[in-house]
Design a protein around this ligand. Structure first.
Ligand code: NAP
Length: 243
């Protein structure tokens, strides 16, 4: 059985493709989102209990190989996957969508973490479209002169910045939709993280079109592992290892 660590569109697509190829797969989700989109095949939900719990789970379920298709910002589970696979001698593949890169007309400011993004905001704008995700919003809570349109999938926990509106949405987003949002809310700055992928890239195209600056949080470091960038390449690897 192949274990796919999921929580992304790519993980879902890979599980669907494995099922279509007659390969047994279990997708694992963290359980953060209330109403997750589920892939085909078996699904388990919830943490494993660290790398040790993951090792135990892999042994009990006779896992042949692991594809870590988690979000580029989900650093902890990737560390655990690398440790568990090293300990058990299980082949591991990381399926990581490529990050975004600047294009002519962009004004991007790269930062290392949400706290640095918060520090950069006052000099760049006062009405912010904030799409860094539900976790880490506390970093922006002290900015009481800035208005935020906070967009995330599920309702975030406080602390949040005092002046904000919440928009619960999960994409995919269109250029027309993002331009409409920017105009309707008089957004003058976009703050996001380098998630990569097509589903959420429209905000960057919209920012370019409106000449807005973008503060973008860099991806965290990942453990050493064989990597691919596409679902098709991950499927080839999994077929090979599934025998
Ligand atoms: P994280 O910080 O790397 O992981 C925290 C803990 O959550 C892990 O130690 C693990 O608990 C559990 N966990 C995470 N992903 C899991 C999975 N796929 N299956 C089982 N347990 C998992 O992760 P995160 O940033 O909170 O992200 C959680 C999930 O949301 C991931 O599956 C990720 O793909 C998805 N996601 C994250 C982001 C983001 O921006 N971070 C965005 C979109 C989707 P134990 O130690 O108990 O095993």
């Amino acid at each position: 059985m192949i274990l796919v660590l999921g929580g992304t569109a790519e993980a879902r697509q890979l599980a669907d493709a494995l099922v279509a190829n007659g390969i047994a797969v279990t997708s694992s989700l963290a359980g953060r989102v209330t109403n997750p989109r589920l892939p085909r095949g078996e699904v388990r939900i919830g943490g494993f209990g660290g790398a040790t719990g993951l090792v135990e789970w892999m042994r009990v379920h006779d896992v042949k190989c692991v594809v870590d298709a988690t979000h580029p910002f989900a650093a902890r589970i990737s560390e655990h996957a690398a440790a568990a696979c090293a300990r058990t001698g299980t082949p591991l593949l990381a399926l990581i969508r490529p990050g975004w890169s600047e294009r002519p007309g962009d004004r991007w400011f790269w930062v290392g973490e949400p706290a640095a993004a918060a520090e950069a905001i006052p000099a760049l704008g006062s009405r912010v479209l904030l799409t860094t995700g539900r976790q880490g919003l506390a970093a922006f809570a002290g900015l009481d002169q800035t208005w935020f349109l906070i967009r995330c999938v599920d309702r975030p926990e406080p602390p949040l910045p005092p002046r904000h509106e919440l928009l619960l949405d999960r994409g995919p987003y269109t250029l027309a939709g993002e331009l409409g949002l920017i105009d309707a809310h008089r957004i003058d700055l976009v703050v996001t993280k380098d998630s990569g992928g097509e589903h959420t890239v429209a905000k960057l195209d919209a920012a370019r079109q409106r000449g807005l600056p973008v503060v973008i949080v860099r991806r965290p470091a990942r453990p050493e592992a064989q990597r691919v960038a596409t679902v098709a390449a991950a499927l080839d690897w999994a077929r090979f290892h599934a025998g």
